[in-house]
Write a protein that binds this ligand. Structure first.
Ligand SMILES: Cc1cc2nc3c(=O)[nH]c(=O)nc-3n(C[C@H](O)[C@H](O)[C@H](O)COP(=O)(O)O)c2cc1C
Length: 366
């Protein structure tokens, strides 16, 4: 099967993208703590992958308190903005486009990664039974550590997070990003607020569906006020159980409700990640149909796609763009390889978060 539609150029988000392949956001832990400034090596890594129609950056945190994992970049200090500018210029020089994924980990964090000494905070004082990486002082590498029990954010703290995302959007623009994706997926802060089993608040940010989505929707409104809705998207992970999340009891109510709110905001895209890499590939999947019915913006689908599945998703109208993760780690020139039907390289999990060039910038192009 050829991947003609996947590989043909498309006008989207006011940009002309070379193809419908998106490089999925992937944390690579190469921004050294404590400053967590994007490096020249990161610019090289992203430039190598600029053949993607659109790159979504690895999660970049909006504040020290938003950092869950060691050596993950931020977008709040002047040095970080300068570092990211080097990345965006390198991608643009290759004819690519790049959006920043803006991230707050909430309770999926260990305070050892907060360079300002701030404690871990989340919707409620309920610890995630999950691990994060912290710097290992003995080896200079990283080691697994339990998540701290968070304190429940005050109403004012939630409002401050909304403003941090708005500032991060200004910083992303300043750094030359073409737009942003707000990270609403994978058990991080906004997903924690959404989930009634993780959020037991009694205030305007807990209880009803409307209240539980309020932090994310206030954030999206603030970010679109900065960048315009055409350059703002959001990532969600329906049914995802990673990072100690519980399945939503009413997915056909919850996610369409959210999609309708995105419609009102005029958001550019919803990026749907299926952690199980199953239902996202079903023709006529009920949840995807419900999202389409509530939202007329673009859909990006992600989770276990190969060229054939991606072409089917695009050709059937299920997806506008398709995000590839691990294949982009191992195949910097993935679109060209798919166009030629060339063999694909395998990824090495051991170097995902290892630091350095090995398993990062040394995967060869064809
Ligand atoms: C090393 C690695 C790091 C990741 N980091 C992030 C991240 O920072 N933000 C995010 O939303 N998803 C992250 N993900 C999930 C990917 O974006 C993607 O959804 C996942 O790899 C499934 O796509 P695939 O089957 O094409 O690899 C990460 C995945 C991997 C493998």
């Amino acid at each position: 099967m050829t991947a003609d539609q996947l590989l043909s150029p498309v006008e989207i988000f006011g940009l002309r993208l070379a193809n419908r392949l998106v490089m999925a956001p992937m944390t690579r832990s190469r921004a050294p703590a404590p400053d967590c400034v994007p490096t020249a090596l990161m610019a090289e890594y992203y430039a190598q992958r600029a053949g993607a129609g659109l790159i979504l950056s690895e999660g970049t945190v909006v504040s020290p308190q938003g950092r869950g994992y060691a050596h993950t970049p931020g977008i709040y200090s002047p040095e970080q903005i300068t570092g990211w500018r080097r990345v965006t210029e390198a991608v643009h020089a290759q004819g690519g486009h790049i959006f920043a994924q803006l991230w707050h980990c909430g309770r999926v964090a260990n305070a050892a990664n907060h360079e300002d000494g701030s404690p871990v905070a989340g919707p409620s004082a309920l610890a995630a039974q999950s691990k994060v990486y912290v710097p290992d002082q003995d080896t200079g590498g990283i080691r697994g550590a339990a998540c701290d029990t968070p304190h429940a954010m005050s109403f004012e703290e939630v409002r401050a997070v909304v403003e941090q995302f708005a500032q991060a959007a200004r910083n992303a623009k300043d750094a030359g990003f073409d737009g942003v994706e707000v990270h609403g997926a994978n058990g991080y802060l906004f997903d924690q607020f959404r989930c009634p089993l993780v959020n037991d608040r009694q205030d305007a940010y807990g209880g009803t569906l409307e209240n539980r989505y309020r932090p994310l929707l206030e954030t999206l409104a603030a970010v679109t006020a900065v960048l315009g809705p055409e350059r703002v998207g959001v990532r969600i992970s329906p049914f995802g159980q990673g990072n100690d999340m519980r399945p939503d009891s009413e997915p056909q109510v919850t996610y369409p409700y959210f999609a309708a709110a995105c419609q009102r905001l005029g958001l550019a895209f919803i990026h749907v990640y299926d952690q199980s890499a199953t239902w996202i590939h079903e023709p006529g999947n009920a949840l995807l149909a419900a999202l389409r019915a509530s939202y007329s913006g673009k859909l990006i689908l992600c989770g276990g796609f190969d060229a054939a599945k991606a072409e089917t998703a695009v050709a059937s109208g299920a997806s506008d763009l398709v995000a590839f993760g691990k294949l982009f780690i191992a195949n910097p020139d993935l679109p060209r390889r798919l166009a030629r039907g060339a063999e694909l390289s395998a990824w090495d999990v051991h170097s995902f978060y290892k630091g350095g060039a090995q398993g990062y910038t040394d995967y060869p192009a064809l």
